[in-house]
Design a protein around this ligand. Structure first.
Ligand SMILES: [Zn+2]
Length: 288
């Protein structure tokens, strides 16, 4: 059939005379045939090389078998056979893919978590910084307020009129006894010459002998209150002097109407009637 067709083609080419030995007599060869004629059919190769498949590699064979839905089980030296079945390979591949995906997700999760944590840390740090600034401001404000309050308080704090341990109270305000009326002050019995101290800051407005009071010093405070120190044996300040709490203004004596050395202390708000010195001292932080 091939010969017949080839002969027909030769003949159809026309004028050239047929060769002495026609190609058909040389036997049919694919190469010669294809060189001599145009490729008539593309699928001719399969038909031309029947049974001449290339030798497949082991991997290729396994792949072919797998592609065909088969299974290859390899074993070496009696060890557990490695399953290369399509299902197991697909499963392993799927496992690897899943693991990779998980890892990526984990990495992504971790970086996102880290980013969130960093952001949270930054926010917390900012908040903490802001709180510190605010707290510092508050503390400073409080300190200023406390200082001004302390200053104000210090201005109003009084001192004991005699050094601690040098005296004992012998007559309270309002008592009746040696006096024509109730006692107008507080008596501190103490040895002759014991220092008499200013109980509050003020200005000396009077010093001198005053009848029953004996030698007396008057210190007028800023608010107009007068403090009278009586029965002194000596004076330590003069009219016009400014005194501070605790400053010595004289010494204990027995001048005036007195039965023994002592300080008679009076507190006269607004230079008016006397009030209980004991209470006044307590109010200003001194427990006589
Ligand atoms: Zn008295």
């Amino acid at each position: 059939m091939g010969n017949h067709r080839a002969g027909k083609r030769e003949r159809s080419r026309g004028s050239r005379p047929s060769p002495v030995v026609p190609t058909t007599t040389l036997g049919y060869t694919g190469g010669g045939k294809r060189r001599a004629t145009k490729p008539v059919h593309a699928g001719s190769r399969k038909g031309l090389v029947p049974g001449l498949a290339s030798v497949p590699t082991a991997v290729g064979a396994a792949a072919l078998l797998l592609a065909a839905g088969g299974a290859v089980t390899l074993s070496q030296n009696g060890s557990a056979p490695v399953d290369f079945s399509q299902a197991s390979v697909r499963a392993a591949s799927s496992d690897i893919s899943a693991a990779l995906a998980n890892r990526q997700q984990a990495v992504s999760r971790d970086s996102r978590r880290q980013a969130l944590a960093d952001a949270a840390d930054a926010e917390l740090q900012d908040a903490a910084d802001a709180q510190l600034v605010e707290r510092d401001a508050r503390v400073q404000k409080l300190a200023l307020s406390a200082q001004s309050w302390a200053d104000e308080l210090a201005k109003n704090l009084w001192a004991s009129p005699l050094p601690p341990g040098t005296y004992r109270l012998t007559a309270r305000f309002g008592q009746f006894g040696l006096w024509a009326s109730s006692h107008t002050g507080l008596d501190f019995a103490a040895p002759h010459g014991t220092p008499i101290l200013a109980i509050a800051a003020g200005v000396v407005t009077e010093t001198g002998m005053d009848g029953a009071y004996g030698n007396k010093t008057v210190v007028t405070l800023e608010d107009g209150t007068e403090i009278w120190y009586a029965h002194q044996s000596s004076y330590g300040v003069s009219v016009g002097d400014t005194v501070v709490p605790g400053q010595q203004i004289g010494t204990v004596g027995n001048t005036g109407r007195s039965t023994g050395p002592h300080l008679h202390l009076e507190v006269r708000p607004g230079a008016g009637d006397p009030v209980d010195p004991y209470s006044a001292l307590l109010v200003h932080g001194v427990t006589p």
